[in-house]
Design a protein around this ligand. Sequence first.
Ligand SMILES: Cc1cc2nc3c(=O)[nH]c(=O)nc-3n(C[C@H](O)[C@H](O)[C@H](O)COP(=O)(O)OP(=O)(O)OC[C@H]3O[C@@H](n4cnc5c(N)ncnc54)[C@H](O)[C@@H]3O)c2cc1C
Length: 325
Amino acid sequence: MTIWQEGMIRLARSEQVTAFAQRQPWLTGLADRFVGGATITQARSSAAELAGDGITATLFYLGEYVSDPELISTTLTELEAAITATAEASLDVCVSVDPTQIGLMVDAQTCTSNALDLARAVRAAATQPRVGHDALIIDMEDASVTDATIDLYWSLRAEDLPTAITIQAYLHRTPADLGRLITAGAWVRLVKGAFAEPADIAVRSAVDRDSRYRRCASQLLGRAAREAGVYPSFATHDHRLIEEIITQAEAQGWPADAFEFEMLYGVRPDLQRELSRRGYRVRVYLPFGTDWFPYAVRRVGESPRNLRFVAAALTRRGAAPGGGW
Ligand SMILES: Cc1cc2nc3c(=O)[nH]c(=O)nc-3n(C[C@H](O)[C@H](O)[C@H](O)COP(=O)(O)OP(=O)(O)OC[C@H]3O[C@@H](n4cnc5c(N)ncnc54)[C@H](O)[C@@H]3O)c2cc1C
């Protein structure tokens, strides 16, 4: 992780900066770029627009590491509204959730109970949930909650509910976790991993992260995975890795509709559309809600080029930002 990225993560964690930034109308350009809308109605329109380019979406209600019961309840209400709205619009019924948004900061039981309710809502709204279309996708947060998150996934599977799990390639434990998920024919979203974990838990350099990602992608595209009915979702914007995965999938006989690429809303939209035009399945992670600053500023951390959206907002405003900025 670079100093720049660590700086942006620190900014994202500052409640004062977040409160200030979210009140600034001149920063809405940044929100518009990376967030699909403040409300579910706007998010559904953004998802419908993507569908016009053959791209599916998974909706995510902004907010993380929540322990306030009222906020947990709001998150559940918003996600249930997203489930209903996407079903009504004949879109994939697919929502992503951080376990710490829905009660893991309270206790594992609360979180499991809320996740069960959401996955049941997906099953009811989608009527016959299809793998690769309809699911409650569980995001993976920092290493302190990896075990609890994987346990949560198995609780949903035990009830035969439509679900998928995010797995971080940088963790040393991942090949073993993937082994169990492959045997169970899981829908697995593979990411590189976004947290600054210590060396005894994860690899730390970008080169090592990429090589771990390659190895995990090979595991997910292996014959055992294909035979078990695994649905791999390769969540990365790394075009070199994407081309390698396409080559490998073709060599291993995976049809183009048996796996997908997943990217963040507003990140490499050119690449998203190009892959879709070439006949590959593309899903976009589409956040919505009003608590947008921590999420958007982390995207700037991942690629300093995204500062241009802040610069564009400033140009439109015609003045320099004040305060802590
Ligand atoms: C759908 C999705 C879900 C995710 N869920 C999780 C999760 O649950 N847990 C978790 O730990 N991590 C999650 N991540 C984040 C992931 O772990 C990586 O930190 C993040 O995707 C950056 O890695 P990368 O492979 O995309 O690109 P990098 O290796 O960072 O960069 C490769 C290239 O991708 C492009 N790129 C990458 N990011 C950006 C950007 N923001 N703007 C413009 N270009 C960019 C650039 O061209 C760059 O050169 C998720 C990512 C995606 C796409």
